[in-house]
Design a protein around this ligand. Structure first.
Ligand code: SF4
Length: 362
C-alpha cells in the first residue's frame, strides 16, 4: 500500500474541513504544517461564506484606552509596561478616562476596550467607580474590558475571590471580556515569556467563570515568539474545548508577536504565516462564529487579504491604542478606510456593536 505524502494527507484533511467536519489535534497539525497556502485560504473563505452567507464584513467603532502602564508582571514580550515609580509610568484618573470615552462617543464609538498593566495601587474599587461613572454618563457604551490576568491580579490586590471580583465588576457595568493575556495557553511557553503571569488552566478557568456569569467576549492568540506549531494547535484545541462547554466566545482574534522595544526581541513572523494561521483557525475553531483580521499588527493591506482567508470581521477602529503602538507599529484606521477596504474585495461593510449585532449596513 502506498503511504500518502504529508501534502496528500493535508489535502485529504482539507476535504474533511471543507465539509464542516471537526478536525482532531493530529489532523490539525498536519493541515497547518503541510497544506498548500492558497488551498487552505480558499477552504477557509468557503467556510466563512457558508457561516456568513450575507457576506458582511463587520467592524466596530471603539477605543482601546489604557488606564495604566504600571505593571509588576514583567512579560518579556511586552513593550508597553513600566515598573512602579518609573519616569514614564502613568495611571489615568477617572476624569481623564471619562474625557477619552466622551471623545470616542463623539466619533460614534460604542465599545470601550480598556486594558492596562498589573498595577499594585489599583483595587476593585477603582474599576467599580470608573465603570459606574462611564455607564452613568454614556449608557450606550459597552465596557469590553480587562483580561483574565488583570482580573486575577485585581482580585489578589483586593483580597477577594476571582468570582466575587467579577460579580462586583459586572454589577458596576462590565459587560464583555476581550480575552487578552492568553498568548499561547501552554505552560512551557508561558514560563519563558511570562513566568509571573496567569497559567494556562487558570486563564481558562477565569474565562469559564465569566461565561457562566454571562460575561461573553472573544478569545485570542499571540503567536510567533517561542512556541512551536504544535503548541499553537494545542492552544486552539483548548479554546475549542472550552467553547464547546460555554459558547461564551463570539469571536477569535490572532496576531503576531511584535518584537520592537521588547526584552524578548527576535523577529516578527511574516504575513504568509499570519494568513496561514488565520485560515487554519477558521477551519479548526469550528464553534467560534467570527474570525477577526488584525489590521493593527499586519497593516491594512494584509488585513484586506485576510478577508479572503477566512476572516469576516475587522475588529475596531481603535481611536486610541498604546500597547501595540509601543512596539513601534504605526498602523491606523477609521470607519471610512475600513468601509472602502471591504468594498474593494466585493463584500458588504457593516457596523456592529460588541455583541456582533448589526447596527448599520453600508
Ligand atoms: S503583557 Fe500585560 S501583564 Fe505582561 S508586562 Fe505587559 S502589561 Fe504587564
Amino acid at each position: 500500500m502506498m503511504v500518502a505524502s504529508p501534502a496528500e494527507a493535508a489535502r485529504e484533511i482539507l476535504q474533511k474541513a471543507r465539509a464542516g467536519e471537526r478536525l482532531s489535534y493530529d489532523e490539525g497539525v498536519t493541515l497547518y504544517r503541510y497544506a498548500d497556502l492558497l488551498e487552505l485560504g480558499e477552504a477557509a473563505r468557503e467556510r466563512c461564506d457558508q457561516l456568513h452567507p450575507e457576506r458582511y464584513v463587520t467592524f466596530v467603532i471603539d477605543s482601546n484606552i489604557n488606564h495604566t502602564n504600571v505593571c509588576v508582571t514583567n512579560c518579556s514580550f511586552c513593550a508597553f509596561y513600566r515598573p512602579p515609580r518609573h519616569a514614564e509610568a502613568y495611571t489615568r484618573s477617572h476624569e481623564q478616562i471619562l474625557d477619552m470615552v466622551g471623545q470616542m462617543v463623539e466619533q460614534g464609538g460604542t465599545e470601550l476596550l480598556m486594558q492596562g498593566g498589573h498595577n499594585p495601587d489599583l483595587t476593585v474599587e477603582y474599576f467599580e467607580a470608573l465603570f459606574r461613572a462611564i455607564k452613568q454618563r454614556y449608557p450606550q457604551v459597552i465596557i469590553h474590558s480587562l483580561s483574565p490576568p488583570e482580573i486575577q491580579y485585581i482580585a489578589r490586590r483586593s483580597k477577594l475571590s476571582i468570582y466575587d471580583t467579577m460579580v462586583r465588576l459586572k454589577a458596576a457595568g462590565w459587560e464583555s471580556f476581550p480575552g487578552g493575556g492568553a498568548e499561547i495557553l501552554v505552560d512551557r511557553v508561558r514560563s519563558i515569556i511570562a513566568p509571573l503571569k496567569t497559567k494556562s488552566q487558570e486563564w481558562l478557568d477565569i474565562m469559564r467563570m465569566a461565561h457562566n456569569l454571562g460575561v461573553h467576549g472573544s478569545a485570542t492568540m499571540m503567536f510567533g515568539h517561542v512556541e512551536t506549531l504544535e503548541e499553537r494547535v494545542e492552544h486552539l484545541l483548548r479554546l475549542r474545548e472550552l467553547q464547546d462547554e460555554t459558547h461564551g466566545w463570539r469571536a477569535f482574534i490572532c496576531w503576531t508577536y511584535q518584537p520592537g522595544n521588547t526584552a524578548l526581541g527576535g523577529r516578527e513572523v511574516g504575513s504568509v504565516e499570519y494568513l496561514r494561521t488565520l485560515a487554519f483557525a477558521r477551519l479548526f475553531l469550528d464553534n467560534i462564529p467570527n474570525i477577526q483580521a488584525s489590521w493593527l499588527t499586519q497593516g491594512l493591506k494584509v488585513g484586506q487579504v485576510a478577508l479572503s482567508f477566512g476572516a469576516n470581521d475587522l475588529g475596531g477602529t481603535l481611536i486610541e491604542e498604546e500597547v501595540v503602538r509601543s512596539t513601534g507599529v504605526t498602523n491606523r484606521s477609521n470607519a471610512e478606510t475600513l468601509i472602502k477596504l471591504v468594498r474593494d474585495v466585493g463584500k458588504t461593510p457593516a457596523l456592529r456593536n460588541t455583541r456582533y449585532e448589526i447596527v448599520r449596513v453600508f
